[in-house]
Design a protein around this ligand. Structure first.
Ligand SMILES: Cc1ncc(COP(=O)(O)O)c(C=O)c1O
Length: 394
C-alpha cells in the first residue's frame, strides 16, 4: 500500500514494541520482572477520581471549548505560577490530550522542512519521530555519561547552525534521570535566546527530583516567555497516565495555532478528565510527595543493586523514575547490541527493559523503577544471574 511519506518517516515507538512483547508473555501467565512501563504504579489519588465521578453525575459529559475549560486553563496558569514562579495567562495556555499531544501540536505548528531541532541524547524516543513527521531534521546532541548525561550550554552552542529552530530539553530526563542544574539551564536558555532558537522544555517529570533538588521551570526566568514553550503533563505527577491530560504554555500566537490544529483533529480533551485535572491542580498535593519519597527509596535500591553486578555501571538518577545502566561490557558474543539483549532478557529471564539504542545511546538499558521493591529485588536477581551465566559461557 502506498502510504503518505510523512507517516513512512516515523516508526512505532520502540517502548510500545517492548511492552507488546511483554504483554503476550503476561497473557500466557508468565511471571515477569517488568521494568518496562514509563508510568507510575500508583493509583490516581482518590480525591481526583471522585472529581471525575462528580463531573459525570453533574452531566459534564459534553463537548468543551477546544483548548480546554476556562477554569482548568486558569488553574494550570496559577498552579504553574505557584510551583515555579511563572506568569502565564489563560490565552497563553492550552489543555491537550496528554503531554505528547502538546509536543506534537507545538512541533506541527512551528517546524517545517529545512528546520533543525537539537535533541540531547539520551532522548525520549518520541522527540525525533515527531520532528521527522513535521519534515524538519532532528540533530542529536550527545551528552556525557561521566557528567551524569547533563546537557551543558557549550554543547548547545556548538550544535547551533543558522537552520536551528528549536532545542528540546527534558529535565529530569527520560531515560537517564539527569537533572540540569538551574544555573546551567539558564545558560542554555541564554545561548538559544541569543540565536533566536526556541527552547521547548518538557516538564513531564518536574516534580520527581531527588535530594535537595526542587522542581524548576525555565519559565521562572524573567523575560523568557517569547522564546520558550512549556510542555506539561499530569500523567506522571498525579499518576494519571490513562486520563490523557497535558498542557502547553507559550506565546499567544503559538497557542492559538495549537488550538486551531486541535480543533481540526482531536477537539477538546475528554471533559470528565479535565474536571479530574482541575481537582489535581487545585487540591492537596501530598500524594505527589508520597510518590516521590517512594521513588527515591526504590531508586537507591536499584542503583546500588545494579552497581553490584560485575560489568554494569550506573549513573545516579537525579529525578524521574528510571535507572539507565551501561551494560556495554556484556555485549558481543552473540548479543550484538542492547536491542538484542532486551530480547534475550525477555525470553530467558522474563525481564522487561527498554534498549538504550532506542534513546540514541547504544550500550545502555532503561529500567523503570515504578514498580515495587519486591519486584526490583527479583529483577536484580534475574539480571545478575543472566550476566553471570553469559560471562561463564564466554
Ligand atoms: C519525557 C516525556 N515527555 C512526555 C511524555 C508524555 O506523557 P503523556 O502523553 O502521558 O502526558 C512522556 C511519557 O512517557 C515522557 O516520558
Amino acid at each position: 500500500m502506498q502510504l503518505a511519506a510523512r507517516v513512512n518517516r516515523i516508526s512505532i515507538s520502540p517502548t510500545a514494541a517492548v511492552l507488546a512483547a511483554a504483554e503476550k508473555l503476561r497473557a500466557q501467565g508468565v511471571d515477569l520482572a517488568d521494568f518496562g512501563p514509563g508510568e507510575p504504579d500508583f493509583p490516581t489519588p482518590e480525591h481526583i477520581q471522585r472529581a471525575a465521578i462528580r463531573a459525570m453525575q453533574e452531566g459534564r459529559t459534553k463537548y468543551t471549548p477546544t483548548g480546554g475549560i476556562g477554569p482548568l486553563r486558569d488553574a494550570i496558569c496559577k498552579w504553574h505560577a505557584a510551583q515555579f514562579g511563572s506568569s502565564y495567562t489563560v490565552p497563553e495556555c492550552v489543555v491537550t490530550v496528554g503531554g505528547k499531544h502538546a509536543l506534537f501540536n507545538a512541533f506541527c505548528s512551528l517546524l517545517e522542512k529545512g528546520d533543525e531541532v537539537l535533541i540531547p541524547a539520551p532522548y525520549w524516543v518520541t522527540y525525533p519521530d515527531i520532528v521527522l513527521f513535521t519534515g524538519a531534521t532532528p540533530v542529536t546532541v550527545m551528552t556525557d555519561p561521566s557528567d551524569g548525561f547533563r546537557l551543558r550550554a557549550d554543547m548547545v552552542a556548538r550544535a547551533i547552525t543558522p537552520r536551528t529552530k528549536m532545542l528540546i530539553v527534558n529535565s529530569p530526563s527520560n531515560p537517564s534521570g539527569a537533572v540540569i542544574p538551574d544555573d546551567e539551564f539558564e545558560k542554555i536558555y541564554e545561548v538559544c535566546r541569543a540565536k533566536n532558537v526556541w527552547v521547548l522544555t518538557d516538564e513531564c517529570y518536574s516534580h520527581f527530583v531527588y535530594g535537595k533538588g526542587k522542581p524548576y521551570s525555565l519559565a521562572s526566568v524573567p523575560g523568557s516567555k517569547p522564546n520558550i514553550i512549556v510542555a506539561g503533563s499530569l500523567s506522571k505527577t498525579f499518576a494519571m497516565t490513562g486520563w490523557r491530560i497535558g498542557y502547553a504554555l507559550a506565546p499567544e500566537p503559538l497557542i492559538s495555532a495549537m488550538v486551531k490544529l486541535q480543533s481540526q483533529s482531536t477537539s477538546n480533551p475528554t471533559s470528565i478528565a479535565q474536571y479530574a485535572a482541575l481537582e489535581a491542580l487545585t487540591g492537596p498535593m501530598d500524594s505527589v510527595a508520597a510518590m516521590l519519597a517512594e521513588y527515591a527509596r526504590r531508586g537507591d535500591r536499584i542503583v546500588s543493586g545494579l552497581r553490584a553486578i560485575p560489568g554494569v555501571t550506573c549513573v545516579e538518577p537525579g529525578g524521574a523514575f528510571y535507572a539507565f545502566p551501561s551494560v556495554a561490557a556484556h555485549l558481543g558474543n552473540g548479543v550484538a547490541d542492547t536491542t538484542a539483549l532486551a530480547k534475550v532478557l525477555l525470553e530467558k529471564q522474563h525481564l522487561v527493559c527498554v534498549p538504550g539504542d532506542a534513546f540514541g545511546t547504544p550500550g545502555y538499558i532503561r529500567l523503570s523503577y515504578a514498580t515495587s521493591i519486591d519486584r526490583i529485588e527479583e529483577g536484580l536477581r534475574r539480571l545478575e544471574k543472566f550476566f553471570a551465566m553469559a560471562e561463564a559461557a564466554r
